[in-house]
Every structure is written in C-alpha cells, then in structure tokens.
Design a binder for this molecule. Structure first.
Ligand code: ADP
Ligand code: MG
Length: 322
C-alpha cells in the first residue's frame, strides 16, 4: 500500500476527519484552514510520543491511538480552550493494515469524545513515533496560563492522582491485579480524559493552570516558577483512589501521586472567594494546598512541617534532583 492510499484509507476516511465546526478545509490540500471568530485566539500545542519511551513498543494500537490524542488534547484543557482540530505526523516501520485500522479507531474514539477533528498530518517510514498538534479556540485574553498564581490563592487539582503511574507495572506486564483494581487504573493510563469542561469553567476564575503530565511536584514547580511564588502542598490532602491504594498501598500510592506523572488532570490556583461557587456548581475541585511568597514547591506533613519530597517527575535529559 502506498503512502497516499494509506492516508486516504485510514486517516482521511476516519469519521473524525469529515470536518466540523471551525474546520474550513481539512485533509487533502497543502494545508488546512481553520475559522476563528473575532475576539478569539488560537491555542496550539504539540506532543511527540516515541515507541519504547512514551509507550511500550508492542502495545495495543487502538489504545495507543486513544491515549496519544487524549494526552495532546489535555494541553487544550489546561489552556481553557475548546478543541477545533488536530494534525497527526506518524512514522511507521511498515504499513500493517490491522494495526492501522485499530490505531485509527482508537484515535477516532478519543476524537469523538473531545469533539476534535483530524485536519491533516504527515506519513513517513521509520521507527514508530507520533507527533500530534492540537488547535483550539479561546476568548482573547482569557486563556489559562502558568503565570498568574497569587499569594493567598488555593492550590487545587481536578481529581485523584497517581492512577496512571500506578498502572504502569500492569501496562508493562510486570504485575497483575484483580479486574476490579486493574481495570479502573488501566483506563486512567490508556484513556486519559482531558478535563476540557473544567478548563473552560476555570477561565476567569483560576489564576494559573496546567495539566499534570510529569508528576504533581514537578508540574507545580512550573506554576511556582512562572508565577514567581511558592506552592505548599499538604501531603494528607493529595487525593488518592481506592483502586490505587488497594494495588500499591498508601505509601507507594502517595509516591505515584507526587512524582509519577501521566495523570493528565488539571492543577490550578484559585482565589479563596471562587472556591465555593466552583464546588457548588459541581466541578471536581480538590484543594491540596496554597500559594505563598517564596520559590519552589514545599510538601507539608499534618503539622505543617516540611517533608523532603521524593525525586520529582520524569525528565528526558537527566535527573531533576539529588
Ligand atoms: P504535502 O506533500 O503537501 O506535505 P502529503 O502528501 O504529506 O502533503 O499529505 C497529503 C495530505 O494528507 C495533506 O493534506 C496532509 O495533511 C494529509 N495527511 C498526510 N498524512 C496524514 C496523516 N497521518 N493523518 C492525517 N492526514 C494526513
Ligand atoms: Mg508531507
């Protein structure tokens, strides 16, 4: 199968590539065209996933397609943006029909869930890797950034942390667990659900936001740096799922939550006055700490004393501490 037939059959023919709101021109020309309304800005983010680094070489292609897009769209959620379209640059060792069909189905599943359309891409031969760029709309000046956290704000997260990192030994086949424990954790790894509605609800409310991809401590460090403040995290308030505690025990579960990564949930800072409204409206806002003067991230025990944190976050080019 040639490159063009492959593109046509598996990608241009996918339901998510049939255009939609904001897509003036999709796959098939030299570039795509997106419509924006006056008073809107385009939010853009790119992520690359490399086989053997970001996902196991021989993983299920449906799950890979689903996860790759979920991970990318999570950045739009973190900006408070509404998805419009995405491009897919895919490098494949060979054109395996069954693999491509399943991959495209997984991609389509997540695209439907996020209301985002495939608008273009590139197809090349080589070691398996994926680069997805996502495009979304946001009212001008309203995007959530990492830079606005204010002293006195609350530090919040959008749900239980550590599940995906805790699932990794299951993903890699290094351990097994009963279905009641394994299934919810594996779902958090393979089908991250970008918190798009929460991100949009945080516009005009949160002072800073990001999506947690490299672990809570490492990512809170990014807010602290960009906002020139310090963030305090009360260790006992870090939300953990029952499934993760059942799999790993309390101590390891907490470690996964603090330093594991792959959560793709939002972390954000919220003025105290906005908390009750957000919670009353039913948004998943879990307070885990506060913004104070200073630099960096402090982890506090129940008495408010600082705990030396575990090595935080995943970095491709070296260790972050010790
Ligand atoms: P060009 O030579 O102009 O770069 P290509 O031959 O690479 O164009 O691609 C032809 C069309 O197919 C373009 O519209 C491109 O965006 C689209 N396309 C290529 N690969 C993919 C892919 N993996 N997924 C979606 N669209 C793709
Ligand atoms: Mg090309």
């Amino acid at each position: 199968m040639g490159e063009f037939e492959l593109i046509r059959h598996y990608f241009a023919a996918a339901p998510c590539a049939q255009g939609g709101e904001g897509v003036a021109l999709g796959i098939g020309d030299d570039g795509a065209l997106l419509d924006l309304s006056p008073g809107e800005q385009l939010a853009i983010s790119t992520d690359t996933l490399v086989a053997g680094v970001h996902f196991p070489e021989s993983c299920d292609p449906f799950l890979l397609g689903q996860r790759a897009l979920g991970v990318s769209v999570s950045d739009l959620a973190a900006m408070g943006a509404t998805p419009i379209g995405f491009t897919l640059a895919i490098t494949l060792p060979n054109a395996d029909a069954a693999w491509l069909q399943a991959f495209a189905s997984g991609l389509d599943r997540m695209a439907q869930a996020c209301a985002i359309r495939l608008i273009g891409g590139d197809t090349t031969r080589g070691p398996l890797s994926l680069t997805l760029s996502v495009f979304g709309r946001v009212p001008s000046g309203m995007a959530l950034t990492r830079g606005g956290a204010q002293e006195g704000d609350l530090l919040c997260v959008g749900g239980d942390l550590g599940d995906a990192a805790g699932a990794l030994p299951l993903v890699l086949g290094q351990r097994e667990a009963p279905a009641a424990i394994a299934e919810p954790l594996l779902a958090r790894y393979w089908a991250p659900q970008p918190q798009l509605a929460l991100g949009q609800a945080l516009r005009g409310n949160a002072t800073a936001a990001l999506d947690i991809s490299d672990g809570l401590l490492a990512d809170c460090g990014h807010i602290a740096t960009a906002s020139q403040v310090a963030l305090q995290i009360d260790q006992a308030r870090v939300p953990l799922s029952a499934a993760l505690i059942a799999l790993a025990g309390q101590e390891a579960a907490l470690h996964y939550a603090l330093a594991g990564g792959d959560d793709y949930l939002l972390a954000f800072t919220l003025p105290v006055a906005r908390l009750l409204d957000m919670q009353a409206a039913g948004w998943p806002v879990r307070v885990i700490g506060r913004v104070v003067a200073g630099v960096g991230v402090q982890l506090l025990d129940a008495d408010g004393l600082e705990i030396r944190p575990p090595r935080s976050g995943y970095q491709h080019f070296g260790l972050s501490s010790d």
